[in-house]
Design a protein around this ligand. Structure first.
Ligand SMILES: [Zn+2]
Ligand SMILES: [Zn+2]
Length: 174
């Protein structure tokens, strides 16, 4: 489904619509993110010039994540845009020897056997788009360290400050 024979891509371009199934996305995202039940949608334009294939794509949809502080489930709108150039492997080795330098605005990768496979590209783009330590809100109060209550829902019953341990023996007298 996401593999395209390069010779069959018309010079006029090819538009691809693909539904990314939650069962495929979920392991990529890891435990903090969930793709929901609907999955994500890919729209991509493939343009070929001889043995170069330019892919311009967008992954969009609705997912959720678990807040890094309060652990509450929060909505997250996925919107990832990418451009990637596939180059036939022999040509790639000749034109792009070694690593692609940092300043290059477009990433390239080789394709083999005359077939471009979008699946690894989508997986990479999706994973790179995931925010590190996402929060439900910048002002998230997190959980009480003692009782575990979500402090965004209001204060818990725990004393505000640690009791002075010097009073502990006095308490035992009563
Ligand atoms: Zn939170
Ligand atoms: Zn508490």
């Amino acid at each position: 489904m996401l593999r395209f024979v390069v010779e069959e891509i018309p010079e006029s371009g090819l538009e691809v619509h693909h539904h990314m199934d939650p069962t495929w996305i979920s392991p990529l995202m890891g435990p903090q993110f969930s793709p929901g039940t609907e999955g994500l949608d890919l729209t991509a334009d493939l343009t070929r010039a001889d043995r170069l294939v330019l892919v311009q794509g967008r992954i969009a949809g609705h997912a959720t994540f678990q807040c890094s502080r309060c652990l509450a489930e929060s909505p997250w709108t996925v919107e990832v845009s990418f451009r990637h150039l596939f180059v036939e492997d022999e040509v790639h080795a000749r034109r792009f020897p070694g690593e692609v330098s940092e300043g290059d605005e477009m990433e390239t990768s080789p394709y083999q056997d005359g077939v471009v496979d979008l699946e690894p590209l989508l997986a990479e783009e999706l994973v790179l788009s995931l925010p590190q330590a996402p929060l439900c809100s910048e002002a998230c109060r997190g959980l009480c360290q003692r009782c575990g209550k979500n402090l965004n829902e209001g204060p818990c019953g725990c004393p505000a400050e640690e009791e002075d341990p010097r009073w502990a023996p006095l308490k035992r007298i009563h």
